[in-house]
Design a binder for this molecule. Structure first.
Ligand code: AKG
Length: 272
């Protein structure tokens, strides 16, 4: 797909909203075929979980919250989507970047009746990268009503803050960078923030910056699965960083130096 075609997929208000709010809903950007391919990939992933797969639902609780990441090299459906779907072109347009590097994919499935929330957090302090040109495309593979949608604090990507990562089970990171600060209690003061969330259909996506604060409710309302595939991309200004603390994903085989452009087998350039 050419840059001109991408322009016509994303109107200027959508791009402006992404840059202003740090999160925006994209409507009807993926065909039914791409969604079917991702569903096949998620089925394969759940049948053959990767080394980082996690179940966040305690034994005996209803539902199941499954998470896994960094599997695109062994799951062909993921690789095809991440490289050949409209996702890289959407990422280029939203980030305003000539190049698009694949960072990783992250799958988050909440089965019906799952109570566990995804805690409020922003992604950049978990990651071994720094830069402003970043985007995650959160692609729902089931209809997602507003009540179970991931929520975003509008404008939080511009707060100039780096918050302490929290594990999805709620506990703090064992080794966190010293300069990170605790996240404010968003739920205790929801009225103070503009909280964004949407009713979504398969084919839609949410685009958000690695710095936008977000969290998600359990899956108690819809009676349907809530399968989501997040495609994470970096643009021209993003570099590899060595953090003092733990990073997630860990990328144990990456040999880049602090400040290097992302490259190599783990971080293929998918546009540019
Ligand atoms: O799907 C969820 O529950 C959370 C998604 C998320 O935190 C992310 O994609 O960064």
């Amino acid at each position: 797909m050419t840059a001109a075609q991408v322009e016509s997929m994303l109107d200027s208000e959508t791009v402006a909203a992404f840059r202003r709010d740090g999160a925006v809903a994209l409507r009807g950007v993926f065909s039914a075929e791409w969604i079917a391919e991702l569903r096949d990939g998620v089925a394969r992933n759940m049948a053959e979980p990767g080394i980082y797969a996690k179940g966040y639902t305690p034994e005996g609780r209803p539902g199941h919250f499954f998470g896994d990441y960094c599997n695109w090299r062994r799951i062909p459906e993921y690789e095809d989507f991440l490289k050949n779907s409209p996702a890289p072109d959407l990422a280029a347009e939203l980030m305003g970047s000539r190049t698009v590097v694949l960072f990783h994919e992250h799958v988050l499935v909440k089965e019906p009746a799952t109570e566990e929330r995804t805690p409020w957090h922003h992604d950049l302090p978990y990651y071994c990268v720094e830069g402003r040109q970043t985007v995650s495309l959160w692609v729902p593979l089931d209809p997602v009503p507003r009540a179970t949608c991931v929520e975003f604090v509008a404008g939080s990507h511009e707060w100039g803050k780096r918050f302490m990562p929290t594990k999805f089970k709620g506990q703090a990171y064992d080794r966190a960078d010293a300069e990170l600060e605790p996240l404010p209690d968003i739920d205790a003061q929801r009225g103070e923030y503009e909280i964004l969330g949407w009713d979504l259909e398969p084919g839609d996506a949410i685009a958000f910056s690695f710095l936008t604060v977000h969290g998600a409710p359990g899956n108690l309302q819809s009676g349907a699965r809530r399968r989501a595939f997040a495609a994470r991309y970096c643009g021209d200004d993003v570099v590899f960083v060595k953090r003092q603390g733990e990073v997630s994903p860990p990328f144990p085989d990456v040999r880049l130096a602090h400040g290097d452009r992302l490259r190599g087998e783990d971080f293929p350039m998918v546009r540019g």
